[in-house]
Ligand binder design. Structure first.
Ligand code: F1P
Length: 346
């Protein structure tokens, strides 16, 4: 996260600089729409980007699975900006989506890890995450790095469009500057997360629920668990639970809630009550010092308090650790999950 921000944020001046897209600074003032294309974990990062860009820069955003988008006939114009996100920079579906959008005249930005990969070569401009290669197949630090870059992009676009005041930007950038220390604090829950993992490691299913930016975090938590521990897991917006997944809840079902103290806190509390009333096992990611959720949840894992914009950067950490410990306890190879390739080039 620090590497993503280095030299790009100036908290005291309330300024974000993104050299890679500066040639398009003027264009950003007048774009009609942003389309984000990506696969897997990168797609979840894109969903966080949607929340932040719409919230701060007030530009409409669509987030598309590249693997689906490339095969339909989407409406794309030269006024659109397409942001392609990829850790490997080699994902075939994402490349095909870029090529189609390019043919239709869109401007293409990339968010990739390093220069030299195929996707950066196809784009008009872009921002590198500089996260270093993932050691394992499943994206972990790539996700937090992509989200950091998307957060900076949202602030940068807001700055260009004038939809954010300098004082607000100073406040947000000052907080963002301290996020790496908060991540360190979140990592201190490792032993507790290991204990929780022991309790749920033999489950056959698991639900992850969140609202707002907690929703893509829930999706990513479920994907990590699937990818490396082979437990069937699904992520949903917490409010969708009553439209179907609630039928699955029994005492055998662990439900992981992103239940931090932000704008949806009260609503998440009522979702937790609904799960407890059906004897589901609740594991909640809560803000440090929380007392309300602690009264209801079976296990609470604390993360430091933060603005809602930065929640994904912190709440993802315990979920990655949860998947990691469960996978190790189940004897899975966390670095080389079965059937998964580092770059999906077909
Ligand atoms: C996309 C992705 C990863 C996933 C796995 C397969 O890759 O779905 O999110 O963890 O490695 O590929 P990328 O386009 O971000 O490299």
């Amino acid at each position: 996260i620090k590497d993503c921000m280095r030299g790009r944020i100036y908290p005291q001046e309330g300024k974000v600089q993104l050299g890679g897209i500066k040639e398009f600074a003027e264009k950003l003032k007048n774009i009609d729409r942003i389309i984000i294309v990506a696969c897997g974990t990168s797609w979840h990062a894109g969903l966080v980007g949607e929340y932040l860009i719409e919230e701060y820069a007030r530009i409409p955003v669509e987030v598309e699975y590249a693997s689906e988008f490339r095969y339909r006939n989407p409406i794309i114009t030269e006024k659109d900006v397409v942001i392609a996100i990829s850790q490997s920079g080699e994902t075939a579906d994402t490349m095909a989506a870029i090529e189609m959008a390019k043919e239709r005249g869109a401007t293409i930005f990339g968010i990739c890890n390093v220069a030299g990969a195929s996707i950066p070569r196809l784009t008009d401009a872009g921002v590198y995450t500089h996260a270093g290669p993932e050691i394992g197949v499943a994206s972990t630090k790539a996700f937090t790095a992509q989200v950091t870059v998307l957060t900076l992009m949202a602030f940068y676009m807001a700055q260009q469009k004038g939809t954010i005041t300098t004082s607000k930007l100073i406040e947000l950038l000052t907080e963002l500057d301290h996020i790496p220390e908060k991540v360190e604090l979140a990592l201190e829950s490792n032993d507790l997360i290991k204990e929780v993992s022991e309790k749920i490691k033999d489950s056959t299913n698991c639900l992850f629920l969140g609202r707002g930016t907690g929703f893509p975090v829930a999706l990513e938590g479920a994907l990590k668990l699937k990818e490396i521990s082979y437990i069937h897991a699904e992520g949903y917006p917490a409010a969708e639970m009553k439209h179907g997944p609630i039928a699955l809840i029994t005492e055998e079902m662990p439900v992981v809630f992103i239940a931090t103290q932000n704008s949806s806190y009260e609503k998440v509390i009522s979702n937790i009550q609904e799960v407890k009333a059906r004897k589901g096992k609740v594991i909640a990611i809560v803000t440090a010092g929380d007392t309300e959720v602690k009264k209801m949840a079976d296990y609470c894992i604390e993360i430091p308090d933060a603005n809602e914009a930065f929640l994904p950067l912190l709440a993802t950490i315990p979920l990655q650790l949860l998947s990691y410990h469960i996978a190790v306890m189940r004897g899975c190879n966390v670095d080389q999950p079965r059937n998964l390739a580092k770059s999906v080039t077909v």
